[in-house]
Write a protein that binds this ligand. Sequence first.
Ligand SMILES: Cc1cc2nc3c(=O)[nH]c(=O)nc-3n(C[C@H](O)[C@H](O)[C@H](O)COP(=O)(O)OP(=O)(O)OC[C@H]3O[C@@H](n4cnc5c(N)ncnc54)[C@H](O)[C@@H]3O)c2cc1C
Length: 517
Amino acid sequence: MDFGPSPEPRESRPEVAAAASATFDFLVVGSGLAGIYVALRLADRGRVLLVTKARLDVSNSAWAQGGIAAALDAEDAPALHGEDTLRAGRGLCKQSAVELLVQDAPARIAELMELGVPFDLGPDGRLLLGREGGHLRRRIVHAHGAATGYAVVEALLPHLVEHPGVTVWEGARAVGLLVDGPCCHGARVQGPDGLVDVRAVATVLATGGSGGLYVRTTNPATATGDGIALAYAAGATVADMEFVQFHPTAFALGQPAFLLSEALRGEGAQLWNSRGERFMPRYDPAADLAPRDVVARAVMAEMDATGADHVDLRLDAVPTDALSPFAPLFDSLRARGVDPMAAPIPVAPAAHFCMGGVVVDLDGATSVRGLFACGEVACTGVHGANRLGSNSLLECLVFGHRAAHAAAGMEPVRCAAAVPAVLPTLGAPERAALGERLARQAGIVRRADGLADARRGIEAMPPSMEGLVASLIVRGAEVRRESRGGHFRADYPVEADTWLGHLVARRGQPLHLESWS
Ligand SMILES: Cc1cc2nc3c(=O)[nH]c(=O)nc-3n(C[C@H](O)[C@H](O)[C@H](O)COP(=O)(O)OP(=O)(O)OC[C@H]3O[C@@H](n4cnc5c(N)ncnc54)[C@H](O)[C@@H]3O)c2cc1C
């Protein structure tokens, strides 16, 4: 089924001569878990350049809290982890990718431990396993309570920067891919010392998601979907962009919206409205541990019904001994003026995770030769229409492992003149306006008129990476006339079998629905 043209990137084609040049075997773009891990895996196979647009330790990965999912308990099994993942994905998970994800999880956790990640252990010396919404078993490994992401990044970074095969450029943003027909030969990078065309046999996009485009978000400002825009402009296939996960329990005061980990509800924390009513049991049998989209919509509905700008997360029902791993989280709250031991925590939903992205095969290869993607930028198919908590750090590892192996096996392709398709970025006021628009018209609850208005508004903006990513989200949301997982249409509020497929976008081609097995 075709649904009209895919969004057209409006890029600029600057003089190639304006840039310096550099050559490496492998170029990795981004320093979240996906980028760090892939660069480490490639480091013994050739010369690696990792570029990252901010500091090395600024990423969603470093902000991740709850942990990493893996079936490690005697009562658990990869197949059960797979069942929970498929259920959350609402019929759109790619079965083969989910199988790889859950089967490889224990090995990747063991590898992280060997690399020095200090996962929390119980008195018996075994890994402590937490529980999160949508997981029917305890299977979340975590470090320093709810500071897992930082603990993982902190443990891996020394291995990366001390490796003689790896060069790191901080403050260096990929602004265009070097493309020659259907092949990618590297990227144009805007660094502190100017533009550099970096040529590489394989380029790995590990640029993360696009949650930071929304005005209210749990993501750092760097999460602007750059890799999706770069790949799409270079001719790669992108899919599932309408599926955006909103986290139901982000701290309601301040920006970016500090996350109150789902692991708190896993231990018994409950949501109450401003009328003093516990509301989640009215919405779902799993109550506070229902899937994120259900909880986020319920929170919005309660805020609308009561006129409040938040609901309360109460810790009264959490056993005292289960609270201790969250001590660093509680310190952060106290620094923001709320003592969670003395008062409920004000929370509201915020944009959190992007299920769609650059379509890759099971080895992280995109539809453009020499271009790989892994982590949140990629659409492996493991999340379907909704991601199960703690599966995304895992995705970085499982598919990063495979992508590194495939990239290392690439044969160099002769290239005459690869030209960068450079996409500009928005200034702060335009970006703020785009974020407001996305939240209002392509947020938790969407409607045809709002989406059409958003599309026209974005088309009227100056061309940019951010606008291109936003138009992919809006166009997908406008076309998909049903509600499923992270995409809810008030005018089409139920799931419809006719939409059981992936909306696939490729520049110059019509947006169309595909089924994947
Ligand atoms: C607050 C929070 C809590 C979370 N908790 C969990 C959790 O407990 N468990 C879990 O599994 N998931 C969690 N997630 C989701 C998870 O953190 C992310 O999905 C995951 O870290 C993505 O990793 P990544 O390496 O793909 O991208 P990121 O970690 O986002 O890294 C992307 C990197 O690319 C860089 N970059 C971007 N564009 C460019 C460019 N053009 N040029 C150069 N560099 C660029 C960025 O600066 C950054 O370094 C959480 C997310 C947030 C925001």
